[in-house]
Ligand binder design. Sequence first.
Ligand code: MG
Length: 311
Amino acid sequence: MADTLHVGLARVSVDDVAHVALVENGVATPLPEFNGSMVDLIVGGTDRLNEARELARGASRIGVELSAVRLLAPIDRFRRDVICAGWNYWAHFEESKGKREGQDVDKPNAPTFFTKAPDVVIGPTDPIGWDPRISVKWDYEAEIAVIIGKTCRSVPVDAALEYVFGYCLANDVSQRDLQRRHGGQWFKGKSIDATMPLGPWIIPADTFTPDDVQLSCVVNGELRQNASTKLMAFSIAELIAEASFGMTLYAGDVLLTGTPAGIGNAMEPPCYLVEGDEVVVSATGMGELHNRFVRADLYGASDVIIGGAKA
Ligand code: MG
């Protein structure tokens, strides 16, 4: 990674034990004091965050090269679905016009929200199980993820960023045929098990705001998505204000902020992900998610038929 990385909080596996760790200058310093729970750290507020920083930088602490640890998803438990904004870059909204299989809508004047089931979440380098019997239209979506830091409801835009713990990356992997199949809402096509990398670590909001970082997605070495986050249709503060409107957001909740133009479904001709594909999502200073699609059995004994024929 050519750019300077911001200091972050990761979850790492050391000898098969999960630890929260501070990541700085390519080194992860495990913090056994936190029992592997990022959510407990977040709930602990500013004091707990600063305690983690001080412990990690203590003279007696020994860090581990990032290349020698397995990074886990930074959020370890979910009390609800992952909340997502759709169509939050207008170029992405426009590129898909006429390609929504009869489900086109007018340009929205408020954020479009949907959710992904919690079991989608995997680590930043984990393989993604791919099964063409589940979908023949696997696609990628590079996104910035917001980690909520304090429980809140109906917060105004001007105060919304006060409720953010930090930011990381996500790949909102989608199955376009499933996304269209079930009544015009997207839940199933966004919720296939173990398909959403999250991480590589959370950059605390008291040191960083991703309001103008370059967000990109590279598939097998080919740049597919590349846009500044300043092109978001609705800002992160606006998304939080709208998502929290009459609905409590909790510390540790994850909010995805939408993807730029360049998805495979909008290419001419469309280009979908297949077994062996490598997808890298990155953003300036935030590190990267690096995941390979590997053949898996997600179909089991199902008799549902997708894509015209039972494989
Ligand atoms: Mg998305």
